[in-house]
Design a protein around this ligand. Structure first.
Ligand SMILES: [Mg+2]
Length: 385
């Protein structure tokens, strides 16, 4: 077997709005926006393809979206429903390999290298996944097939929506060279102008640019940039088990009534939760507040955000809003807790490892072998570009 891997990037098409249009036929063919209402502060979480034609995109303020398209249908969205749909999709993906790395609610990388003998080519697997996703959920996915994550993600975007694109070692440079350099992950608002200053506009420009000059500007990152320009990416697909929630709590030595002190504690807890979310590489969509009165009665309150977060301020502000609604009673507080739930990036990953069918066990063993081959060791070698 050669050293070539087969990686799939599966990306659901306009996921939240597609779920809404599936369940509410009257919304089909219409511009639909899921996110904050247009008269409130907050952003667009997702926009249907019809809405995108008006220039609406996710993370845009809802007010701006409304200005661009006042007749769009604005929905708060049902994030529990999207999570359930996401789980159905991820379960299908795990039928093809245990090496599924969920990167968000509607996106995942699969390493199917070890599954090829069972299922045929990467393209065949991609077609089968698309068919099963459509059959099971009524939704469409776009899939990129490639020898690594960078190219697979690029490929999934090439023929969206309902697309399937294959990038190979043979055609990769022809596809990469004409693309703008900002298609490389990590080349954003800061790096792009610096590259432009050097006359680098396309990925092809970057591929031809001398490494030494690049290194003087970008340090160790230069090697990685050059590798991407050549279509190389050694990062492994890493499936991992997710915590279901991350939380912290504080019990006061003496019950307190001082709202200022409670606020301070909520902020500290939020900082701690945010730090641990970032450590785990996950973000929470739901913020929970736990409150215990001096008589030991305990309550929990939750709020769901339009977008998952690992930001301490977002968590603290949400928890404080929940806290203030409860404090009117002026009862002394014994304990405060802050948590993040509904974490995004692969749920229930542990289930993989007690799948009992022979096929799954076989897949697992084959996948482990690939992991051993392309795991940490490979990562380290990648540094010496
Ligand atoms: Mg998507």
């Amino acid at each position: 077997m050669s050293d070539t891997r087969t990686i799939l990037h599966v990306d659901m098409d306009a996921f939240f709005t597609s779920v809404e249009q599936r369940d509410r036929p009257e919304l089909r063919g219409k511009p639909v926006v899921v996110g904050a209402p247009p008269d409130k502060r907050g952003v667009v979480a997702a926009a249907s393809y019809e809405a995108r034609k008006f220039g609406i995109h996710s993370a845009m303020p809802s007010r701006t979206a409304y200005r661009l398209c006042p007749h769009a249908v604005f929905l708060r969205g049902d994030h529990d429903k999207y999570s359930r749909e996401s789980e159905r999709v991820m379960a299908i993906l795990r039928d093809f390999t245990p090496l599924v790395e969920q990167v968000s609610v509607d996106e995942a990388f699969l390493d199917v290298t070890a599954s090829l003998r069972l299922f045929g080519s990467g393209e065949k697997i991609a077609r089968e996944i698309k068919r099963r996703v459509r059959e099971t959920t009524g939704l469409t996915a776009s899939i990129g097939v490639a020898p690594n994550k960078f190219l697979a993600k690029l490929a999934s975007d090439l023929k969206k929506p309902d697309g399937l694109a294959v990038i190979t070692e043979e055609n990769k440079l022809a596809i990469l060279r004409p693309l703008p350099v900002n298609r490389i992950h990590g080349v954003g608002e800061k790096t792009e102008p610096l590259l432009h200053d050097l006359g680098i506009h396309t990925i092809g420009d970057l591929e031809r640019f001398p490494l030494e000059t690049l290194r003087s500007r970008f340090g160790v990152w230069a090697g990685e940039l050059k590798a991407r320009a050549r279509g190389e990416d050694d990062r492994p697909v890493v499936p991992f088990s997710e915590p279901k929630s991350i939380s912290g709590e504080t019990t006061f030595e003496r019950d307190i009534r001082d709202e200022g002190r409670m606020e301070k504690v909520v902020w500290e807890l939020a900082e701690e939760v945010a730090r641990r979310l970032r450590e785990e590489g996950v973000r929470g969509r739901t913020v929970q507040l736990k409150l215990r009165w001096s008589d030991f009665t305990t309550l929990t309150r939750r709020a769901t955000l339009a977008e998952p977060t690992d930001d301490a301020a977002r968590i603290a502000e949400t928890a404080l809003r929940l806290l203030r609604k409860e404090l009117a009673a002026d009862r002394p507080v014994r304990l405060l807790g802050v948590g993040a739930q509904n974490l995004e990036r692969g749920a229930a990953q542990l289930d993989l490892f007690d799948q009992r069918t022979a096929r799954k066990a076989q897949l697992q063993r084959a996948a482990d072998a690939v992991k051993a081959k392309f795991g940490e060791g490979k990562l380290k070698r990648g540094g010496a570009v």
